[in-house]
Design a protein around this ligand. Sequence first.
Ligand code: FAD
Length: 369
Amino acid sequence: MPDRLGGERALVDSLVADHAEVWDLAGRIPVEVPRELGAAGLLCAQVPAAFGGLGFTSAENGEFTAHVGSRCSSLRSVMTSQGMAAWTVQRLGDRHQRESLLAELTSGRLAAVGFSEPDAGSDLSGMRTEIRREGDTVVVDGHKVWMTAACYADLLVVIGRFDGGAAAVVVPASAPGVQVSKVADPLGCRAAGHADVTFERVRLPVSSVLGGVGQSLPLLLTTALAYGRFSVAWGCVGILRACLAATATHAAHRTQSGIPLARHQLVGRHLAELLVDERTAALACERASRCWDRGSPDMVIETVLAKHVSARNAARGAASAVQVLASAGAQDGHVVARAYRDAKLMEIIEGSNEICQLLLAEHAVANAA
Ligand code: FAD
């Protein structure tokens, strides 16, 4: 990691300290923690300095995301939502929206992004949320599910039908007609503030629509999801690093049959595979980040690939970590038990394993044609 991130990592370390397990069990992060990181610009560190951000390169932002992910996947999930909201504003907002909203998102206000609906999961073309003009206002009606960080958010970036196409609208969480209901007992990332959110005749100024006009739904989704996938991918590298450290330390110190676990060859194989999983995930993420930093058209597909490799490796690596720790890691409150639950969810979100595989297969065929 470049030296320039030493101070930022130290801030995360001091805020998370040994609280991640407590937050996980309580299902809540004290909101002051994301607010402090947000006020330092660190929840969306890629925002350019011209808009009040830190202007991190994608590689720097990725390494920082991995560091947060190695400490607490719930906090990293909050960061992913904020980064996705900021990226969507940066790409789709007009000049005024970029200036005002990015200033908010880099100074402690928190955001969540809503695509998924009860009948629109992997196939978001089934989305029903409606954003319609009424005079000089727009009215939002709909139901979003599983919005990460919505329990903490001040602003909700909502994707819905608009003007025969689609749009992203920025809704204050406090607006009349918005109801946020926390998802009970998620399998993992338990403190990430997932919520189902309903919007009932929520009236907003027309200037709340990013860019002011309808866009194509695929364009909107590709834009927002690209950042989400990038962030989840690097977050999974963090999960793998935490698992590798815990597993290697345990295997070096615990003795069975008169020798350290690590010297039992079948346990050594778990360690080797965990190292390979961490390294290959990091390489895929670094490659995707180079595409972001160069503005390469391959950025979207390389990010899908990085997300797929990292999520799959993290789920497999966390399972190996629990296997090696055995009873020592088989309880809530242990870093590898938390990683095991958190990593599984990374294979579902921002394009499940299967959806990523479909996109990668499509790319392979298009390139062969
Ligand atoms: P379904 O779409 O019903 O899929 C079920 C299974 O079928 C999956 O394995 C899927 O891969 C497979 N499948 C579906 N279609 C196909 C196909 N065509 N080919 C092959 N396999 C297929 N949503 C948001 O909008 N914002 C958020 O911040 C957010 N955060 C989330 C956080 C967590 C922890 C979780 C669990 C979900 C979150 N979601 C969020 C929702 C998430 O995006 C959806 O869960 C995801 O898109 C999958 O949709 P689904 O759960 O409805 O599963």
